[in-house]
Write a protein that binds this ligand. Sequence first.
Ligand code: 13P
Length: 253
Amino acid sequence: MTTRPRPLVAGNWKMNGLKASLSELSAIRDGVMAGGAGRAQTAICPPATLVMAAADLASGSPLAIGGQDCHANQSGAHTGDVSAQMLKDAGAAYAIVGHSERRTDHQETSAQVKAKAEAAIAAGLTAIVCVGESEAQRRAGETLAVVGKQLEESWPAGAAAATLVIAYEPIWAIGTGLTPTPADVAEVHDFIRGVALRLAGAEGAGIRLLYGGSVKPSNAAELMAVSNVDGALIGGASLKASDFLAIAAVYKG
Ligand code: 13P
């Protein structure tokens, strides 16, 4: 039997961050070390150029570092790509795969996302697989069908609670300041838990289900209290240590 998952609060810096941004990362590390994230695990996924420096800075602290994508192969002739093995070697513990920005900007399919997630797990990383519907799909009442199909097709073989995290990120909520109602989040997260139990058996109970999309200090408590929400994947608000820590503070006490 798996127990209730330990929450995970993860930041996705996207294509933001220069060396100077490492001061924010140090502040996040210090805040986490001072107990600022309570019982939650924390991770920051900076751009690939900063992964190694970030991992060095976070080394010896509970703050984990992750990549934002990885290639499905370990090495080879793939100019410009970064492999999961490289992320692991640089000190990462997580790799986000299948973010909607990659599905849109790079036409990534769920089959490719599955291959990437499997590569991440094979390299010793925890894969954070992102799913979520567009505004049009939500309006058409297709949310659960879309999310269900993405999960089925992106699900890495043999995934377990320690190796897979699912992030539900409605595309229309990303960077817009809009969020689904808690009832809408509950509907999707309860549905995802059901899929996880079906695809991973008992392990599915321990797989963390993160909500992402315009998570802010002002709405974090309400969103994190929702059924089957085991943490957050934070974009814009993760760039500022004070905002990231204010969100993680939901899990204090
Ligand atoms: P925002 O928090 O900026 O809406 O981004 C969410 C996201 O895409 C995290 O992966």
